[in-house]
Design a protein around this ligand. Sequence first.
Ligand code: ADP
Length: 899
Amino acid sequence: MLVFLQSRNGITTLERADPEKLTTQPAFLTGWIDRRDPFRSKDIFVMKRTRDVRLSLLILLSSLSSVSSQVNPGVCRYPLGMSGGQIQDEDISASSQWSESTAARYGRLNFEEGDGAWCPEITVEPDNLKEFLQIDLRSLHFITLVGTQGRHAGGIGNEFAQMYKIKYSRDGSRWISWRNRQGKQVIEGNRNAYDIVLKDLEPPVVARFVRFMPVTDHSMNVCMRVELYGCEWLDGLVSYNAPAGQQMNIPEHVVYLNDSVYDGAIIYSMTEGLGQLTDGVCGLDDFTESHVYNVWPGYDYVGWSNQSFPGGYVEIMFEFDRIRNFTTMMVHCNNMFTYNVKAFQHVVCYFRSESDWEATPLAFSPSVDDEDPSARFVPVPLANHMASAIKCQFYFADVWLLFSEITFQSDTAMYNTTLTPPKAGLPPIIQPEDDPTHKVDDSTTRILIGCLVAIIFILVAIIVIILWRQVWQKMLQKVSGMANEIQMTESILSTQSETFAYSHNQSSGGTSEQESSSTYERIFPLGPDYQEPSRLICKLPEFAQNSEEPASSSTVAQDGVPHYAEADIVALQGVTGSNMYAIPALAMDLLSGKDMAVEEFPRKLLTFKEKLGEGQFGEVHLCEAEGIQEFMNKEFLFDVPEEATVLVAVKMLRSDASKNARNDFLKEIKIMSRLKDPNIVRLLAVCIYSDPLCMITEYMENGDLNQFLSRHEPEGQLALLSNAATVSFGNLCYMAAQIASGMKYLSSLNFVHRDLATRNCLVGKNFTIKIADFGMSRNLYSGDYYRIQGRAVLPIRWMSWESILLGKFTTASDMWAFAVTLWEILNFCKEQPYSQLTDEQVIENTGEFFRDQKRQIYLPQPVLCPDSLYKVMLDCWRRNAKERPSFQEIHRVLLQIQP
Ligand code: ADP
């Protein structure tokens, strides 16, 4: 007889079993993970799951009768419906949301709807773990695996959770923090915004509600997409209460027989929890070993000595989710009689259906086995008792009782332990009592149904295997066809005359379809990290600056590459520099935001002084603000003014502004209110309770850097003769270093500015610089932003090639813009970048950067710029975004430059 065993490392083994040993329920019938060494028999077949189709079929045949009353964690790994859509939107909630388009319902793994993920309202702080994404599974589930992914949104997003914690609840009120077998709560999450990372929950949990809580070591923007994997918890067991497990002293060492993963309270006894007795893993024959999880001996068992139980029995009470009709209880017991351990000799069970316990208990005495020391399941018939709680007294047959699992069979609810989906296409929430197939009592009918189902499974499995192999081959071809991907991007760019951004799904050439699984495709362990190559396109160096692979630009930079719809882009954009934007039609919930870091200021305390300038929203005024110090968040204010009246800049939304412009204005407020750095302009207060909407910022007395430098000259003879105001080279570097410092702060938050230029930096006293104008980054979470609608204008002379051609904005593209800004500074803003090129030629030049055939034109070395600094600027304009320096490096370089 073949026994189907599945080990934890993804290798499936088939073992020829000794029929003698199968006196009690055999492992293959129960579908349990058997920890006995699968390599001990010489008749073993070891099979790599993905290699041998014939052996897969053998396994399928061997598991024909693998319909079990117990859950098997090795098989119970089905996606529970975040990615498949079976979990309804209303069952997905969150602590907060950044905007309507990043609400909880967008937190579905592999979904690209909305703005591409769930994003909490505020930056996640290391010491403030209150943000969570919550899933209600509507019924108890056995959850073995979780999957997470960040916000990619076709290259626009770059937010993900590097770490997270899980909390779960069975009743919605008592929440339990998940810990691994070593007691650690934090789970390592994603390293980029697109790959799916799967993590086994060891131990698995039984829960109805699950919360994902992002964890960070520094404050940062986090977005998540998630999936839960497992199966419905048909046992219905909600908790067991038992005396706490004890320690056994044997000559070699101490064996700890406590329930180390119990999730209820443990004082003298264990109450209201589930733990090792329900984790789906059976203990070894030899309980003194425990090599599976690298933990202490006896780990798998909960054990008690008869010396502590004068009555001669251990009482365990089991509570269920509802009244059930019980047929069997299965108790996995150790039987190493050489250590005075034996399965129980007698059990007495009491049943409670409503509030009262039944008067007559049920008693059962299994045969005591003094010969075979193997651990075994002892089935206890429960004779169709109706109950919602069962209390059993297990009588000692020797000094020790050691249990590793206890499960219940009721209402003929059965787990499917075959490799094929249990009910492909059905929603995961299946109430056994609602499902007619669960009500078949007659055993012959059950066998017949089992056979029929098994035949269907085999046919489906064969089809799936054949299709899967074909898809796999296609995927391999795809990986080798990098050039094809580029062509596809070109065609997207050339056909999307109205759409600037490339759509991630489109450009990945349908890989998402190939990867998207049927509802019940089971997730097998793939390796220690279970990294899935979810987006081939993201791994291509041309498309992902985060990719680990080395750049191979030569493979794609070929002659004859078309011009990426340059004409289309040119037709859509206008001249650089001014700020007109496509306006996203997104609802904005700023006013309801509870965590606003900025306060409303009484409008009447503002006194107009003069007009400072005019921006896209309206005029910017210099005002006196009476008593504004009280409204300032001192913690983050860098130069707290002492005077009663303070000069401030007040940016106002013009009265005829559209609803969208109003939303954008509020979004900019929202972003600015959270940025706190000496080199970022501070939002001090707002007037948003009434119109016109105003943001009150620090006043920077020297205006924007572009105008400031235009009014100045480099030090030297010429300046002396013309009597012009000068700025030293040292001060130019000082100003550039401050911009780098502000950008360093933004990049630490994964925040992309997208419009860095001298015109967007403000100058205060003593050459202090603060970055301003978050007009483009306010669309951080807007998938709409890149749709160029007729008049939209982009600052193409500051933009990296990938921002122009692929719509990809990252910290590395900010770095590109920084080098252009540095170039402007060193030229005293006397000249526009690429002033000798028309806009069409700038776009053509971008194509040359993409082709990288040494035909691209770089901005020339400014007269004042030392060679070493020009080299750094050229590094910032490297084709491969990964090779560009970081803001930390640039900041360091600028601080070190000697005039
Ligand atoms: P928008 O981003 O809507 O285009 P800006 O923020 O650029 O508007 O403001 C327009 C002009 O107002 C700037 O070029 C600058 O000269 C002036 N300005 C804006 N904010 C300040 C400030 N905090 N201090 C001094 N001048 C400012």
